[in-house]
Ligand binder design. Sequence first.
Ligand code: IPM
Ligand code: MG
Length: 371
Amino acid sequence: MSSNEPFRIAALAGDGIGPEVMREALKVLRVVESKYALKLDISEAPVGWAGIDAAGSALPEATLALCKRSDCILFGSVGLPARDATIPKDQRPERAALLRLRREFGLFANLRPVRLYAELAHACPLAKDRQGAGIDVLVVRELTGGLYFGQPKLTETLADGTQRAIDTMVYTTPEIERIAHVAFRAAKLRRSRVCSIDKANVLENGVLWREVVTRIGHQYPGVSLEHMFVDNGAMQLMLRPTQFDVILCENLFGDILSDEAAALAGSLGMLPSASLGATTGARTFGFYEPAGGTAPDIAGKDLANPIAQILSCALMLRHTFRSDTAATAIETAVARVIAQGLRTGDIFSALDTAAQRTGTNGMGDAIAAEI
Ligand code: IPM
Ligand code: MG
């Protein structure tokens, strides 16, 4: 692929605060585009309830087709609890759009960087002495295996009328190998430590997971590897989060631990995430989304924090388009704006005399201007 081919981005804003944080992200991307002479080809399409309302499906055919001819998906968030309950579970946005896209594009590697900015120490639920010199953890979560997709997966009624639900946890060696490589490679670019999470004392999956991760670890002599049972890992994350660099886990453990880790950053509104597939050619297909949800209670009020969506653009530039300079420019601009004291409601503290409150739009403008 020649380097002057445009970056094809499918922007799916979705529901709730999705459209307003996406607006700020696109604003920032346009500034980055001109500053770094990139060529962005951004197309927007409906997903989630926006998709159901526009075309009768949480993932309309036209939206899926757009994703297929793009290099990546910049995603907002989907689902509105009050409306989700009114339709069958298989048609609800989380399953019909989010899980379907993960599966469809083979997005097996989910990267969730959790960083507590020094200026936001007050928003962290842990006492200052537990925050050490700062919290900076990368959760690497396997995203297309385990209990989420294992077969059989069903609810059945037995002869005596009892209902039985079955979810199956399945992992194969190649599935564990490829996610382990992602974690070790990421650790090399960070502080060279991987903590692999499992339940090897109880689950067959845990035994295999530990065995395979250990074997792959031998290929990365510069990276230290430690194993933790998931229950202890959850506790350690609260007691001493600074001991972690990269946390590697299977799908469900990663779902749980990444939310726990996210709490440490003070607000979900600060956290981006990347879900990556296999690399074919020069570009890795990726799906980039904020860690938080649709937050319908604050939607449309200029209250949402757009930083997670904006930082997701940085991950997109880095992982799919290999534009590290542009990605770093966004991250630096965000850090500067935080350092200057600008705060949306979720990270505002009246005790912080340097803090200045702003809205979704104001935050986006400030970050764009900083770039
Ligand atoms: C996440 C979410 C999803 C998951 C839900 C919405 C299906 O919690 O991305 O962590 O469980 O993977
Ligand atoms: Mg989750």
